[in-house]
Design a protein around this ligand. Sequence first.
Ligand SMILES: [Zn+2]
Length: 142
Amino acid sequence: MMLLTKKNRADLPELYSQDGKGYDAIAHVKFFTPWSNWTWYATEFDPETGRFFGLVQGTEEELGYFMLSELEAVKGKWGLKIERDRHFSPKSLREVAKNPPPKDDGNCAKCGATPDDGMRERVANGDPDICEPCYKFEYNLA
Ligand SMILES: [Zn+2]
Protein backbone atom coordinates (compact mmCIF):
# COMPACT_ATOMS: atom_id res chain seq x y z
CA MET A 1 0.00 0.00 0.00
CA MET A 2 1.17 3.49 -0.82
CA LEU A 3 1.29 5.20 2.57
CA LEU A 4 0.73 8.68 1.23
CA THR A 5 -1.28 9.40 -1.91
CA LYS A 6 -1.15 12.61 -3.91
CA LYS A 7 -4.46 13.54 -2.35
CA ASN A 8 -3.09 12.92 1.17
CA ARG A 9 -0.13 15.16 0.38
CA ALA A 10 -2.46 17.87 -0.88
CA ASP A 11 -4.73 17.56 2.17
CA LEU A 12 -1.99 17.69 4.80
CA PRO A 13 -1.17 21.23 5.99
CA GLU A 14 2.45 22.38 6.05
CA LEU A 15 4.52 21.55 9.10
CA TYR A 16 4.01 24.12 11.90
CA SER A 17 0.87 25.55 10.26
CA GLN A 18 -1.36 24.32 13.11
CA ASP A 19 1.15 25.35 15.76
CA GLY A 20 -0.36 26.23 19.10
CA LYS A 21 -3.63 24.42 18.43
CA GLY A 22 -2.58 21.41 20.47
CA TYR A 23 -5.34 18.82 20.55
CA ASP A 24 -7.62 21.08 18.51
CA ALA A 25 -5.39 20.56 15.43
CA ILE A 26 -7.04 18.52 12.69
CA ALA A 27 -5.64 15.11 11.76
CA HIS A 28 -5.87 14.41 8.02
CA VAL A 29 -4.28 10.99 7.75
CA LYS A 30 -4.26 7.95 10.04
CA PHE A 31 -1.67 5.16 9.94
CA PHE A 32 -1.75 1.96 11.96
CA THR A 33 0.02 -1.33 12.54
CA PRO A 34 -2.31 -4.19 11.49
CA TRP A 35 -0.43 -6.57 13.84
CA SER A 36 -0.56 -4.44 17.03
CA ASN A 37 -2.23 -1.32 18.33
CA TRP A 38 0.10 1.48 17.29
CA THR A 39 -1.60 4.42 15.58
CA TRP A 40 -0.33 7.68 14.09
CA TYR A 41 -2.60 10.63 13.39
CA ALA A 42 -0.87 13.13 11.11
CA THR A 43 -1.88 16.77 11.41
CA GLU A 44 0.98 18.28 9.39
CA PHE A 45 3.54 17.17 6.83
CA ASP A 46 6.70 18.52 5.26
CA PRO A 47 7.01 17.03 1.75
CA GLU A 48 10.69 18.09 1.55
CA THR A 49 11.85 16.03 4.52
CA GLY A 50 9.01 13.52 4.87
CA ARG A 51 8.44 14.67 8.42
CA PHE A 52 5.00 14.52 10.05
CA PHE A 53 3.64 16.09 13.19
CA GLY A 54 0.73 14.51 15.00
CA LEU A 55 -0.52 12.22 17.71
CA VAL A 56 1.20 8.90 18.28
CA GLN A 57 -0.59 6.16 20.20
CA GLY A 58 1.56 3.23 21.28
CA THR A 59 2.54 2.20 24.75
CA GLU A 60 1.72 5.83 25.56
CA GLU A 61 -0.06 8.65 23.79
CA GLU A 62 1.85 11.77 22.84
CA LEU A 63 2.18 14.58 20.34
CA GLY A 64 5.37 14.43 18.30
CA TYR A 65 7.22 14.15 15.03
CA PHE A 66 7.56 11.01 12.94
CA MET A 67 9.08 10.27 9.54
CA LEU A 68 7.41 8.81 6.47
CA SER A 69 10.58 6.80 5.80
CA GLU A 70 10.39 5.29 9.30
CA LEU A 71 6.77 4.26 8.84
CA GLU A 72 7.63 2.73 5.45
CA ALA A 73 10.59 0.83 6.90
CA VAL A 74 8.74 -0.87 9.77
CA LYS A 75 8.12 -4.58 9.26
CA GLY A 76 5.82 -6.32 11.71
CA LYS A 77 4.82 -9.89 12.31
CA TRP A 78 4.47 -12.06 9.20
CA GLY A 79 6.08 -9.30 7.13
CA LEU A 80 3.13 -6.98 7.61
CA LYS A 81 3.64 -3.27 6.97
CA ILE A 82 2.12 -0.14 8.43
CA GLU A 83 -1.07 0.84 6.63
CA ARG A 84 -3.09 3.96 6.05
CA ASP A 85 -6.74 3.92 7.16
CA ARG A 86 -8.57 4.44 3.86
CA HIS A 87 -11.83 5.24 5.64
CA PHE A 88 -10.43 7.92 7.94
CA SER A 89 -11.95 11.37 7.56
CA PRO A 90 -10.41 14.50 9.12
CA LYS A 91 -10.97 14.81 12.86
CA SER A 92 -9.51 16.90 15.65
CA LEU A 93 -6.93 15.17 17.83
CA ARG A 94 -9.30 15.75 20.72
CA GLU A 95 -11.81 13.42 19.02
CA VAL A 96 -9.34 10.60 18.44
CA ALA A 97 -7.20 10.90 21.58
CA LYS A 98 -7.70 8.39 24.38
CA ASN A 99 -6.72 10.91 27.06
CA PRO A 100 -7.19 14.41 25.66
CA PRO A 101 -6.28 17.24 28.05
CA PRO A 102 -9.19 19.34 29.30
CA LYS A 103 -10.17 22.06 26.89
CA ASP A 104 -9.36 25.61 27.94
CA ASP A 105 -12.43 27.29 26.50
CA GLY A 106 -12.15 30.49 28.53
CA ASN A 107 -14.96 29.45 30.84
CA CYS A 108 -14.69 29.21 34.61
CA ALA A 109 -12.52 26.23 35.43
CA LYS A 110 -14.67 25.40 38.46
CA CYS A 111 -18.31 25.91 37.50
CA GLY A 112 -18.13 26.45 33.72
CA ALA A 113 -19.59 29.98 33.79
CA THR A 114 -18.81 31.94 30.62
CA PRO A 115 -16.47 34.96 30.57
CA ASP A 116 -19.57 37.21 30.44
CA ASP A 117 -20.09 36.41 34.11
CA GLY A 118 -16.84 38.16 35.00
CA MET A 119 -13.63 36.22 35.37
CA ARG A 120 -10.76 36.46 37.79
CA GLU A 121 -7.28 35.20 37.12
CA ARG A 122 -5.59 33.14 39.74
CA VAL A 123 -2.17 34.25 38.72
CA ALA A 124 -0.51 33.25 41.96
CA ASN A 125 -0.77 29.51 41.50
CA GLY A 126 -1.11 29.44 37.75
CA ASP A 127 -4.57 27.84 37.83
CA PRO A 128 -6.99 28.48 34.98
CA ASP A 129 -9.32 31.43 35.29
CA ILE A 130 -12.36 31.14 37.51
CA CYS A 131 -15.45 33.30 37.79
CA GLU A 132 -16.00 35.98 40.40
CA PRO A 133 -18.28 33.90 42.71
CA CYS A 134 -15.89 30.93 42.58
CA TYR A 135 -12.96 33.25 43.25
CA LYS A 136 -14.67 34.66 46.33
CA PHE A 137 -15.55 31.18 47.55
CA GLU A 138 -12.04 29.91 46.96
CA TYR A 139 -10.43 32.74 48.92
CA ASN A 140 -13.12 33.01 51.60
CA LEU A 141 -14.08 36.51 50.52
CA ALA A 142 -17.81 35.85 50.43
ZN1 LIG B 1 -17.23 29.67 38.61
